[in-house]
Design a protein around this ligand. Structure first.
Ligand code: PDD
Length: 284
């Protein structure tokens, strides 16, 4: 049985309990991070730690998170669960004010902090060879998508719509332009240039995105940070998506139409290799 972390304790998963009044449960009043583990080591821990602090500050959740302590908790969970490849999910909510009220409690509550491991193959997946098919769908999420909150209902509905239409994922569209995938940042490649939406409140500032764009620059690839349309996706040479748990995944089809050759592209493959190389070297 999995050993999970809850507010200072390591517990078997069926013994970890939180209050029904927890604002995470009642209002989705919380934030999360997903950090990938390869060979028992954490990929891009510092980036996830920094974004966690930013998300907490944006929601005025008063949680004092010590970097070394958080790293220790991650490592302890890897050890206790004998995790070789997969992810560590972390969630912090505003906690339990003892009742339901839209207003935040006047006396700050003790935040609820939960971490657990998930086993998943991240190196050598079938998607690397096969690529992903996506659908386009209207982006109906709220306007602060730069905060990594736990309110994931719309991405979840979008994922279900994709599955119902026989695809793997959905790329969300606002004013005719792609924002991002349900849980990944979106890219196209045209005439050797990598195009990905610029960072605003409309998308999550992906930790993988940042590293992948640095890899692209190191490999002398041209990058343009700007929104792009579904028509541009259909006319692109290749497309791909990035996320902590998927690294760089080729996208080969959108709304039933092939992108480029309909096969995983060279740029995505090179970026994936470089991303893994650089980040494994720095893994903690
Ligand atoms: N999702 N955009 C959205 C909406 C996301 O949910 C994610 C991550 C990303 C990629 O960010 P990063 O590179 O920092 O993982 C972009 C995580 C993996 C999840 O919800 O499981």
């Amino acid at each position: 049985m999995r050993i999970v972390y809850l507010n200072g304790e390591y517990l078997p998963e069926n013994e970890a309990r939180i209050s029904i009044f927890d604002r995470g449960f009642l209002f989705a009043d919380g934030v999360y991070e997903v950090t990938t583990v390869v060979d028992g080591k954490l990929i891009a821990f510092e980036g996830h730690f920094q974004r966690l602090n930013r998300s907490l500050a944006e929601l005025q959740i008063e949680a004092e998170i010590d970097r070394d302590e958080l790293l220790e908790i991650h490592r302890e969970l890897i050890t206790r669960n004998d995790l070789d490849q997969g992810m560590i999910y972390l969630q912090i909510t505003r906690g339990n004010p003892g009742d339901r009220d839209f207003a935040f409690p006047t006396e700050p509550t003790e935040p609820t902090m939960v971490l657990f491991t998930q086993e998943k193959t991240v190196i050598g997946t079938a998607i690397e060879d096969k690529g992903l098919s996506v659908i386009s769908i209207e982006d109906l999420r709220w306007g602060r998508r730069d905060i990594k909150t736990i309110q994931l209902l719309y991405p979840s509905l979008a994922k279900m719509e994709a599955k119902a239409r026989g695809a793997d994922d959905a790329w969300m569209v606002q004013d005719g332009e792609v924002t991002e995938g349900t849980a990944n940042n979106a890219y196209i490649v045209k005439d050797g240039t990598i195009i990905t939406r610029n960072l605003t409140n409309e998308i999550l500032h992906g930790i993988t995105r940042k590293s992948v764009l640095a890899c692209a620059k190191a490999l002398q690839m041209k990058v343009e940070e700007r929104p792009f349309t579904i028509e541009e996706v259909k006319a692109a040479d290749e497309a791909f998506a990035t996320s902590a748990s998927g690294f760089v995944n080729p996208v080969v089809e959108i709304d039933g139409e092939r992108i480029g050759s309909g096969k995983p592209g060279q740029v995505a493959a090179r970026l994936r290799d470089e991303y893994v190389r650089v980040n494994m070297k720095e893994a903690l």
